[in-house]
Design a protein around this ligand. Structure first.
Ligand code: HPA
Length: 292
């Protein structure tokens, strides 16, 4: 049974990765206070970071090369709104075949680098009939329907508790800050519950009906593993979804008078373009408040 001192312990591997990142970036690297994980097509969010140092994922021990279109696979270190931060451009998805531990390894490395706050972003389908492509949803809570959990298996007590609490997983103060920043920036912010499924297929109409009935407002194939691990590690989390398509339950579809609801990956990426700029402003604003 792996323990926190065995060579394959997550603690040990994330420490090695953090050491490698600090070496690759060099003396100029200030200890990051915030980490940001950028979702599908949302690379424009990193434009908010001025003259970052760049490390390719393949240079970092323990990271694999992401495979899906729209993901670049590089780590950016620099300042976001005057606060030292790290941006992870590209995430590992469960549907790509990675294990939950591989999916969440970068989050462990962010924790090891010393970040206090994690911002997670994603592209998601809108289950709430009021949502439109390009909208930004502040995640208030999640429902894990991935059928797996990154904390399954022996617990490394040095990383966090065996049974972490998930109340307030999406930090109430950070949510309040996001609302404040959005209002000041004139960005309309939706809010709701994110449902995570494994994918890679988009949902059947009956599934959308189920996800809406159980309380979902947006649906996607990521984020929840990283949030579970971030909470296990004691990080404060802010989650933002870019709504890329309407994913309406049959009953809502009938009420809204919309026909068949097909969705393609290209359509999802196209809709992130308008959302990414809004997200960048909210993220910079919330992280900037850490400097005060
Ligand atoms: N379903 C699941 N994941 C998604 C969707 C969707 O409709 N849109 C973007 N990611």
């Amino acid at each position: 049974m792996p323990t926190s001192t065995s060579p394959d312990s997550i603690k040990e591997r994330s420490t090695q990765a953090a050491v490698a990142i600090r070496e690759l970036i060099g003396k100029g690297m200030r200890p990051p206070r915030a980490g940001v994980i950028i979702g599908s097509g949302l690379g424009a969010v990193s434009a908010a970071m001025t003259s970052p140092s760049v490390v390719e994922y393949r240079q970092i021990p323990g990271f694999a090369t992401p495979s899906v279109a729209g993901h670049r696979g590089r780590l950016l270190a620099g300042d976001l709104a005057g606060v030292p931060a790290v941006i992870l451009e590209g995430r590992y998805h469960y549907y790509e075949g990675y294990t939950m531990r591989q999916v969440t390894f970068p989050t462990r490395v962010l924790a090891e680098l010393g970040v206090e706050m994690l911002v997670v972003t994603n592209a998601a389908g809108g289950l709430d009939p009021a949502f439109r492509p390009g909208d930004i949803m502040l995640i208030s809570d999640h429902i894990n329907l991935l059928g797996d959990n990154p904390l399954r298996g022996p617990n490394e007590d040095g990383l966090g508790p065996r049974f972490p609490d998930m109340n307030g997983a999406y930090d109430p103060d950070l949510r309040e800050a996001a609302r404040r920043v959005a209002a000041a920036e004139g960005v309309e912010l939706r809010h709701g519950v994110y449902v995570a499924v494994s994918g890679p297929n988009y949902e059947t109409p009956a599934e959308l009906g189920f996800f809406r009935t159980v309380g979902g407002d947006a649906i996607g194939m990521s984020t929840v593993p990283e949030v579970i691990v971030a909470r296990h590690a004691g990080l404060r989390v802010l989650g933002l979804s870019c709504i890329t398509n309407r994913a309406l339950a049959p009953a809502d579809r009938a009420r809204e008078g919309v026909g068949a609801m097909t969705v393609t990956h290209e359509e999802v990426l196209a809709a992130t373009a308008s959302g990414a700029a809004k997200m960048a402003r909210i993220i910079a604003g919330v992280i900037g408040e850490m400097a005060r």
